[in-house]
Design a protein around this ligand. Structure first.
Ligand code: SAM
Length: 223
């Protein structure tokens, strides 16, 4: 049998958000590669999945990709998961997927949970065209990127941490103006899920941010 890599999305908070196909795949492969074996161990136990787990994270991604490519070339059936959501989206996975494609190894990506889609829809901002920017650079390249986004007309989606959101809101006000419409979705799919909508200035009035956060900022109005 020829080897195959399957990227399997996992819940972003609510354990119920896993597909039947994701469970079947995780049960049937030889090995599950996980960003954090302890975090993913909880999920696998919850669904009585006994497949061996191996670490595949940002720190060993480059070094171990070669090894896993050779396993796939020898016929291994591998699933790759991250701590939450879709692997490869602001998470490890892209490198191995790209190497598989380059080596002619069969790949599959299951559809499933990802944080930015519910956040975009909950924002109420235009979603027919949008741009996903992931985490902003903390220092190098941050101002250049924000400046390049000043004329962006599509809704812009960012991942952010609660410790950095106040600074990011200030930077957004400086580059996009305080009246620009935006939203912040916190703790999606979890007990304390909420979405705050309004101008950047209104949203910036909140001080104590907690939990996992997706920010959506309206594009520049061209009318
Ligand atoms: N692979 C994930 C995905 O498919 O969305 C993203 C992983 S990235 C390391 C983690 C970031 O995703 C968080 O800092 C936050 O910005 C966002 N995120 C993940 N889960 C979330 C949730 N339940 N609610 C809001 N944002 C979430």
């Amino acid at each position: 049998m020829s080897g195959k890599l399957t990227l399997v999305p996992t819940p972003i908070g609510n354990l119920g958000d896993i597909t039947l196909r994701a469970i079947e795949t995780l049960k049937s492969v030889d090995t599950v590669l996980a960003e954090d074996t302890r975090t993913s161990g909880v999920l696998l136990r919850h669904y009585s999945i006994e497949t061996p787990l191996r670490a595949y994270h940002a720190h060993n991604e480059h070094a171990s990709t070669e090894y896993w490519i050779s396993q796939l070339q020898n016929g291994a059936q591998l699933a790759l998961i991250s701590d939450a959501g879709t692997p490869g989206i602001s998470d490890p996975g892209f490198l191995l997927l790209r190497e598989c494609i380059a080596a002619g190894i069969s790949t599959e990506v299951l559809p499933g949970p990802v944080a930015f889609i519910p956040a975009l829809l909950q924002s109420g901002l235009p979603n027919h065209h949008f741009v996903f920017l992931g985490f902003l650079p903390v220092k190098k390249g941050r101002q250049t990127l924000l400046t390049s986004l000043q004329d962006e007309t599509r809704s812009m989606i960012f991942y952010e941490s609660p410790h950095k959101i106040n600074k990011t809101l200030k930077d957004f006000m400086q580059h996009f103006g305080p009246e620009r419409q935006a939203s912040v979705s916190r703790e999606l799919t979890k007990k304390f899920e909420e979405t705050i909508r309004g101008s950047l200035a209104q949203i910036a009035q909140k001080e104590n941010w907690k939990g996992e956060i997706v920010m959506v900022v309206a594009g520049k109005d061209t009318e």
